[in-house]
Ligand binder design. Structure first.
Ligand code: SAH
Length: 423
């Protein structure tokens, strides 16, 4: 979501005649977009801002945006007095004010709505994989999570606005659409006539756009995998057979303290329904290890569920106490060394499962999406329907197929190799 927001901000500055540079010392404006989900990223923000202050041109303006801006608020100006602006996640459209008057300090961390998407200009050339945000914020209160405080309560964008953005992306280069939201499958919009739209409606209409070949969405909350959405996996071949549906932990007691109101049985039932709808579907998850009070046997249960579901690609994190959250105040915080140990064990297990899945793809032919050349320029990088990277030799005639049938010839944990097969 931050990457997408940054694209839109770049488009807004492009429209004012500015161009992008990777070099801080060349820039007239420097914007640090930040994430506060875990402590480590937050800790790096102020040292990075200090570095920018010391490297930038003297009259360049700089500021901080995103969830750390929202979280630190005006104290950011106390820590780095030279800062020109501090903008929370829903006020990026206000940024041009600082260009008009660089002598003022721009400050806005309100969580008011999603006008930013309507007020900022569109990206002129859409990336092949285009993100389209459909909702922001979250009404679930997982006890570890800072998102409800930094992105606010759930707001869904209007169906028409999303479809307008999706069609624009399709007309300007997108082949794959990834709908985004912190609670993406909670998408729920009622228009002026009282008609309600869900994520399944967005998928159905997007699948009708000829340029769009692949559709996916992230991140999903397990109990919001409604039947109309699960049915889409049976009805819409363009919806990829791949779903990120974080379980976080495999221990019922831990899930309860996380305020994640599902049992392992109900979670597995959703997966069964998904597999009935789309037999080749694969699942990925996010995991938190070392949540307060997590015992060795709780952790074993997380390893068990990972092996049972065979998640093909997951994100795993050490629990990190966050401001405003209930879990930060819970007793039995787990020492760092145990968190580190458990993370290493979980990562090993997940890597092994991922390698097995990648190896099981060898000899199969998969329809893949071209993403770009590798650094050497000798290979092309494609994405499989399961979002694995697949490396193929550049064809001698230099003709690149945006979508190609690729026969997988080799695999390791991180990627696949393959050969383009002609139709
Ligand atoms: N549903 C949201 C979640 C964002 S955070 C979304 O995808 O937009 C992404 C992942 O970070 C979560 O699924 C969780 O596994 C992890 N996470 C969130 N808060 C955390 C914390 N306090 N410590 C460690 N990991 C955390």
């Amino acid at each position: 979501m931050n990457v997408y927001d940054s694209w839109r901000i770049a488009a807004m500055l492009n429209a004012r005649g500015m161009t992008q540079t990777q070099n801080v010392a060349d820039a007239d404006i420097i914007i640090l977009n930040t994430c506060s989900v875990r402590e480590k990223a937050t800790n790096k923000v102020f040292s990075e801002l200090g570095r920018i202050r010391d490297t930038k041109k003297p009259d360049a303006i700089f500021g901080i945006i995103g969830c750390v801006a929202r979280e630190t608020g005006a104290t950011a100006f106390h820590r780095i007095p030279e800062l020109n602006f501090v903008l929370g996640p829903q006020s990026y459209h206000k940024l041009p004010a600082i260009l008009d008057d660089p002598d003022t300090k721009l400050f806005n961390i309100d969580l008011t709505g999603l006008e930013k998407f309507d007020e900022m200009p569109q990206i002129t050339t859409a990336p092949v994989i285009s993100y389209i945000p459909i909702q922001e914020g979250c009404n679930h209160c997982c006890t570890y999570c800072i998102v409800p405080y930094t992105r606010g309560r759930e707001i869904s964008r209007s169906f028409d606005d999303i479809m307008r953005d999706t069609i624009h992306a399709a007309k300007t280069g997108a082949i794959e659409i990834c709908f985004l939201g912190q609670n993406v499958n909670g998408y729920n919009y009622t228009d002026g006539n009282g008609d309600t739209y869900r994520l399944s409606d967005l998928i159905r209409d997007t699948a009708k756009i000829p340029e769009i070949q692949r559709i996916r969405f992230t991140s999903s909350y397990p109990t919001e995998m409604s039947d109309d959405l699960i049915d889409m996996f049976a009805l819409e071949p363009k919806l990829l057979p791949f779903l990120n549906m974080p379980i976080q932990s495999g221990a019922p007691d831990v899930l309860k303290r996380m305020n994640r109101p599902y049992s392992l049985d109900s979670y597995m039932e959703i997966i069964e329904k998904l597999r009935v709808a789309r037999p080749d579907i694969q699942i990925s998850s996010d995991f938190i290890v070392g949540f307060p009070g997590e015992t060795d046997s709780d952790f074993e249960q997380t390893l068990d569920i990972a092996r049972r579901v065979k998640y093909i690609n997951s994100y795993s994190f050490k629990y990190s106490p966050r401001p405003h959250t209930a879990a930060a105040l819970m007793p039995d915080q787990i020492p760092e060394n145990i968190k580190r140990e458990r993370l290493a064990i979980l990562d090993n297990t997940l890597n092994e499962i991922q390698r097995e899945f990648n190896e099981s793809c060898v000899k199969k032919t998969l329809t893949c999406l071209y993403e770009g050349a590798d650094k050497t320029g000798r290979h092309l990088l494609y994405r499989t329907p399961y979002m694995q990277q697949c490396i193929v030799a550049k064809p001698e005639n230099d003709v690149i197929q945006p979508m190609a049938q690729i026969k997988i010839t080799a695999a390791n944990r991180a990627s696949l190799r393959g050969k383009i097969v002609s139709d």
